[in-house]
Design a binder for this molecule. Structure first.
Ligand SMILES: *Cc1c(COP(=O)(O)O)cnc(C)c1O
Length: 415
């Protein structure tokens, strides 16, 4: 009986009534076991995959007025339309639709509200100097989203089909993307379980939707280095957990530690893990530090490895690739390895810590000035009047060049 709670390859399986009544406490007690989920496996019995040729577009009759770009607040304004694709266990993915932006109507018993059948992505569309709309490495987002959906028994989909649809959607909303550097259209692909049931089981229906929000530069007046508080009383993710997936359920529990840090004057919290106090992530960004090796003096750019507790960021991956391409030839060592807060504090004390920064789609990079840890303020290597280290600055430049199509590159997907 308990085994049946594990994600199953076959979609024909329907939960028996007794299992649907299984209390959550029991469900949580399923035996710990190691299993890998292949996105293909979860979708193998699906009748129909997403089909862009079936797209229908219903345009709004009341186009929104554009907000002054300088007044944009992240995630507040939305475009005229949304992309939706319904899925049912029986029929698979139904015809995709672009419709006017509108409310969803869901029964209060819908499983997303009770058991958090929800995962999402964060990606952006940029306008290049010729007015073309471009996505940045959308294949990475879709690959990650399929891993998220598969982990919570939601349906997977053809990544290329959904990229095609997102590209059409972004192009349709092109007027919302300001031309200026730093501006973009934030895209939020989301998948929710829509089955109306309090039974704990795989949802028999789901909805994939994409909404879009015009956003301005994260640092409108240039970089502003942040101060972090290392959180020692809560962990974000753990081995065998789901911290490496973008599940909505991972984020709500992070707000209180964030508020706690804010109440003491820190802009973000730094997530450590274990007795060794490994540095993992900063807020909802991946963390990078640049330091000189204690023995050899060699410069090292390091970030935590993808051991299941780290969100595999597209920005993280891009920074590592750029570092291997451009910094390694300058003599840098590029490392994905575990490192501890103690190691960072020691490097700081010995003047070997060059810089530290968070990395994610929203800001690209977010330089760190200090980390408060065990009552100590660990200085991250910026001088008093510096708001960013050199590596963070160069990375931002290199990544933006590819996002905005200044440098033609395979990472940039013209819509
Ligand atoms: C989304 C996210 C990141 C950054 O991922 P990007 O793909 O670079 O935007 C890092 N950590 C967490 C916890 C995240 O949710």
């Amino acid at each position: 009986m308990l085994r049946q709670l594990l994600p199953r390859a076959g979609r024909a399986f329907r939960a028996p009534v007794a299992r649907q009544l299984l209390p959550l406490s029991l469900a949580a007690r399923q035996p710990a076991r190691c299993y890998s989920i292949k996105p293909e496996a979860a979708s193998s019995a699906k009748p129909l995959d997403v089909d862009p040729s079936r797209l229908s577009i219903t345009k709004t009759t009341s186009p929104k007025e554009l907000v002054d770009p300088a007044k944009l607040i992240f995630g507040r304004e939305f475009t005229d339309h949304m992309l939706t694709i319904e899925w049912t266990q029986q029929d698979g993915w139904l015809a995709p639709k672009i419709t006017p932006y509108q409310n969803l109507s869901l029964d209060p018993a819908t499983c997303v509200f009770h058991y958090a059948f929800e995962c999402f992505e964060g990606m952006k569309a940029y306008k290049d100097k010729n007015g073309q709309v471009r996505l940045f490495r959308p294949d990475k987002n879709m690959e990650r989203m399929n891993k998220s959906t598969a982990r919570i028994a939601l349906p997977t989909f053809s990544p290329t089909a959904v990229i095609d649809l997102i590209a059409q959607f972004a192009k349709l909303e092109s007027r919302f993307i300001p031309e200026e550097r730093g501006y973009s259209l934030y895209l939020r692909p989301t998948v929710i379980g829509t089955q109306k049931t309090l039974g704990v089981g795989p949802p028999g229906s789901a909805l994939l939707y994409v909404i879009a929000s015009p956003v301005g530069p994260y640092y409108p007046t240039g970089f502003k280095a942040v101060s972090l508080e290392a959180t020692d009383y809560a962990v974000r993710a753990w081995p065998g957990g789901v911290g490496d997936k973008k599940l909505g359920a991972n984020y709500a529990p992070c707000i209180v530690p964030q508020m706690e840090a804010a109440s003491r004057g820190f802009q973000q919290n730094l997530w450590l893990f274990g007795e060794q106090e490994y540095v993992t992530e900063v807020g909802t960004m991946n963390m990078f530090v640049a330091m000189k090796n204690k023995e050899t003096g060699q410069k090292e750019l390091l970030t935590a490895p993808l051991d299941g507790t780290i969100l595999p960021g597209v920005t993280r991956d891009s920074i590592l690739a750029l570092a291997r391409e451009k910094l390694a030839p300058e003599g840098w060592m590029i490392s994905e390895r575990k490192y501890t807060m103690k190691e960072v504090a020691e490097a700081s004390k010995e003047g070997r810590l060059m810089e530290a920064f968070g990395a994610g789609t929203a800001a690209i990079v977010s330089p760190v000035r200090t980390i408060s840890w065990k009552g100590e303020a660990v200085d991250c290597g910026l001088s008093e009047h510096e708001e960013s280290g050199e590596i963070a600055l160069r990375m931002k430049g290199w990544i933006e060049a590819r996002q905005y199509g200044d440098e033609e590159h395979e990472w940039s997907h013209v819509c």
